[in-house]
Design a protein around this ligand. Structure first.
Ligand code: HEC
Ligand code: HEC
Ligand code: HEC
Ligand code: HEC
Length: 148
């Protein structure tokens, strides 16, 4: 009786471990993400929800189009690696007007520039290539209302 209990417990533990392993190996991230980065102490615009899974599966955008860890100028991040929040590296909120920074400096240092370069950058280039495409490129199409 006792050994049967121990055995089923062992089986349950092993199954749990296998499942945990599988979850790590196939972690494609959440289905949707409502971005609410803390680098912005107060959001002036409405929060934006990214259809995370759709972007990868339906729109066929590779993980490393959006996720990166640069080493010697090369993106060494690969699927399965830990994902940090964008603001972990793009630590400033919005670039100041002075001193004047280059586009690259703004993107590297500031979340506002990094996220819009990623999201709006891709959307605008796709819209430019295909005017018929329905894709949010204007401020109000991603941020529909102003938060007071
Ligand atoms: C269109 C851009 C885009 C694509 C494509 C994309 N991601 Fe993400 N992913 C994001 C953004 C943005 C976040 C949120 C980052 C933040 O909160 O700062 C995120 C978050 C995550 C997280 C963390 C979730 C959490 O709860 O903290 C994981 C894991 C992840 N992505 C994995 C993947 C994997 C694996 C793929 C490919 C199968 C992928 N992503 C494709 C943009 C993308
Ligand atoms: C581990 C640190 C790190 C994380 C996390 C990170 N970035 Fe970056 N990112 C960088 C660095 C460093 C550069 C500058 C690379 C260069 O100048 O060669 C960069 C460049 C960029 C660029 C311009 C070049 C390119 O690759 O397109 C964009 C856009 C960008 N990041 C957006 C994002 C977004 C969006 C997220 C979250 C999904 C994110 N970054 C997460 C460090 C990071
Ligand atoms: C590399 C290209 C690319 C990047 C990067 C990208 N998108 Fe998209 N996005 C697309 C495509 C393609 C569509 C679908 C257009 C269509 O309807 O065929 C789309 C559609 C959307 C839509 C409307 C439909 C839906 O699925 O909700 C929203 C909202 C959106 N994206 C938000 C974002 C946000 C927020 C980010 C940045 C975190 C982002 N996208 C980054 C390519 C991109
Ligand atoms: C493709 C979608 C998209 C478009 C288009 C877009 N944004 Fe954003 N915006 C985002 C995302 C995603 C964030 C990141 C929010 C976060 O991480 O908390 C953001 C952040 C912001 C923030 C900082 C957070 C806040 O609410 O104060 C401001 C301000 C902002 N956007 C203004 C604009 C303006 C102005 C335009 C037009 C020039 C614009 N956005 C166009 C997706 C978009």
């Amino acid at each position: 009786m006792r050994s049967k209990k121990v055995l089923s417990l062992l089986v349950a533990v092993c199954f749990g471990l296998v499942m945990a392993g599988a979850a790590v190996a196939t972690d494609k991230g959440p289905e949707t993400i409502t971005m609410d980065s803390k680098v912005f102490p107060k959001h002036k615009k409405s929060l934006v929800t990214l259809s995370h899974q759709k972007h990868n599966v339906d729109y066929k955008i590779a993980c490393d189009d959006c996720h990166h860890v640069y080493k010697d100028g090369k993106n060494v991040w690969k699927e399965g690696d830990e994902v940090q929040k964008c603001e972990a590296c793009h630590t400033g909120a919005k670039a100041p007007k002075e001193p004047k920074l280059s586009k690259e400096e703004k993107i590297k240092g500031y979340m506002y520039s990094a996220i819009h370069e990623n999201c709006s950058g891709c959307h605008k280039s796709l819209k430019k290539a295909n005017k018929e495409l329905v894709i949010p490129t204007k401020c109000g199409e991603c941020h529909p209302k102003v938060v007071k």
